[in-house]
Ligand binder design. Structure first.
Ligand SMILES: NC(=O)c1ccc[n+]([C@@H]2O[C@H](COP(=O)([O-])OP(=O)(O)OC[C@H]3O[C@@H](n4cnc5c(N)ncnc54)[C@H](O)[C@@H]3O)[C@@H](O)[C@H]2O)c1
Length: 432
């Protein structure tokens, strides 16, 4: 099948590449000329494990192409995916200007039947808005389908190739049949393609993300309470998680959720509620608790240094919002860096993949180390913000030699309390 993907970011590029991987011919469109040039030269513009292999293979096989022209995309295929940004607007709602802007252009450009598939995370009712917008100019028949994406950065290729489920919101049998045919190769193990109406599909994505954000936040509150009463959240977590109704995943406490999805999606669902005269009390609390959790280590660090961080050198391990990605959108590390800089601290950072993105944002205001140990040279303290696996078993003797003081504030609970005590390292973690 021939497919065009409009918007070639984390979702669009993985979608386009994985659709090509099963033999489709795919044209990926993006307005970012540099990004398109980079991809045309065979370079993957993001870090996503295993994507590079599929990317090169499908370019070589002449199944994966790139362009900046939306018209070219519409001429190329009748199946059009939208993987466009839906960032947070000033009032917390999802900003639909990218989606509706492209929909308007599509209406002007289409000259035969198309199925327009929305992969972006959008509020309930967006399918209708897209339909209305395209209809303003379109003189031909078309369908709009909601097909929310559930891939996780860091596991995106696997998630796309072997999805636990595919959700399709459609009121057109013709479009539903096209979608089923398109996704058939990805559900050979028997995972379901779930067909529903567009509104339910749109809400399914928000409900899933808001639920996961709530689960994380609930555990963060339990961790904070553990500290008050002398319990150990790691033991509580294991005790709880073995109950199959609860499950072991998403129970790890830390310094809050970040990334390009949870923060904006929880806020957008809350705002959608308000717009429909529904007060999502639980989401309001999740937003509030998470905002505080992101900087929960700051008062501890200040207390440790008698409220004076001026010229203290603080090392940071981990900048990405989670491991196995270079994505720093809403990363807790950035909030911590901002607060430390305001207090006069000097900062040196290391991350295996996200340094280039942070450099673009923060420039020379902090130091960038080329490996995890160089970041520690003469540091007064280390803060761990992302649980990259290379941070799990560091050489503590080396760490003690390099740092001015062996002090660790761990936002991800990577180490055993007794081990660090035996090493003679001051160690503060979350909820234990
Ligand atoms: N990143 C994730 O893990 C993830 C997972 C599931 C769903 N989503 C949702 O998918 C959507 C896309 O997210 P993302 O992380 O891929 O965003 P992204 O910012 O990485 O990518 C969006 C791309 O669209 C391009 N773009 C903007 N306007 C355009 C236009 N008019 N024409 C062509 N291209 C244009 C941008 O240049 C960018 O490359 C969002 O709604 C997001 O919430 C993201």
């Amino acid at each position: 099948m021939k497919i065009s993907v409009i918007g070639t970011g984390y979702v669009g590029l993985v979608t386009g590449t994985c659709l090509a991987e099963t033999g489709n011919e795919v044209l990926c469109i993006d307005i970012d000329e540099n990004k398109v040039k980079q991809m045309q030269q065979g370079e993957v513009p993001i870090y996503e494990p295993h994507l590079d292999v599929l990317f090169s293979r499908n370019i070589k096989a002449n199944r994966l192409h790139f362009s900046t022209s939306l018209k070219e995309g519409l001429d190329y295929a009748d199946i059009i995916f939208l993987a466009l940004p839906t960032p947070e607007d000033e009032d917390g709602s999802a900003d639909l200007k990218y989606i509706l802007g492209v929909a308007d252009e599509i209406g002007k450009l289409i000259s035969n039947y198309k199925v327009i598939i929305d992969k972006s995370t959008v509020p309930v009712g967006t399918s209708d808005k897209v339909k209305t917008t395209i209809s303003k100019h379109a003189k031909v028949d078309f369908d709009v389908v909601s097909n929310p994406e559930f891939l996780r950065e860091g596991f995106a290729v696997d998630d796309f190739l072997k999805p636990e489920r595919i959700v399709i919101g459609s009121s057109s049998q013709k479009a539903t049949d096209i979608m089923k045919k398109l996704y058939k190769p990805y559900v050979r193990s028997g995972n379901p393609i779930i067909i529903m109406d567009e509104k339910s599909a749109e809400l399914t994505k928000y409900a899933a993300n808001a639920f996961l954000a709530t689960k994380i936040t609930f555990m963060n509150e339990i961790a904070n309470f553990c500290e008050k009463v002398g319990a150990d959240v790691d033991k509580v977590r294991i005790g709880m998680g073995t109950d199959s109704r609860i499950g072991k995943r998403f129970l790890f406490p830390g310094i809050g959720y970040g990334g390009s999805c949870f923060p904006k999606d929880v806020k957008a669902l809350y705002k959608s509620g308000k717009d429909s005269d529904y007060d999502f009390k639980i989401l309001n609390s999740v937003i509030d608790v998470n905002a505080k959790q992101k900087t929960i280590l700051i008062p501890r660090i200040k207390t440790y240094f008698d409220q004076n961080l001026k010229n203290k050198k603080i090392a940071i391990w981990g900048l990405a919002f989670k491991p196995e990605t270079d994505d720093i959108r809403e990363a807790p590390a950035l909030y911590i860096i901002d607060s430390l800089l305001q207090s006069g601290a000097n900062i040196s950072v290391f991350d295996p993949e996200a340094i280039a993105n942070v450099k673009r944002k923060l420039g020379d205001s902090i130091e960038y180390a080329s490996n995890m140990y160089d970041a520690l040279i003469n540091a007064d303290a280390l803060i761990i913000c992302t649980e990259w696996s290379i941070f799990r078993t560091p050489d503590f003797s080396k760490l003690k030699t390099l740092m001015k003081n062996p002090v660790i504030f761990d936002g991800r609970n990577l180490y055993d309390l007794n081990d660090l005590k035996n090493e003679g390292i001051y160690y503060s973690s979350i909820g234990r």
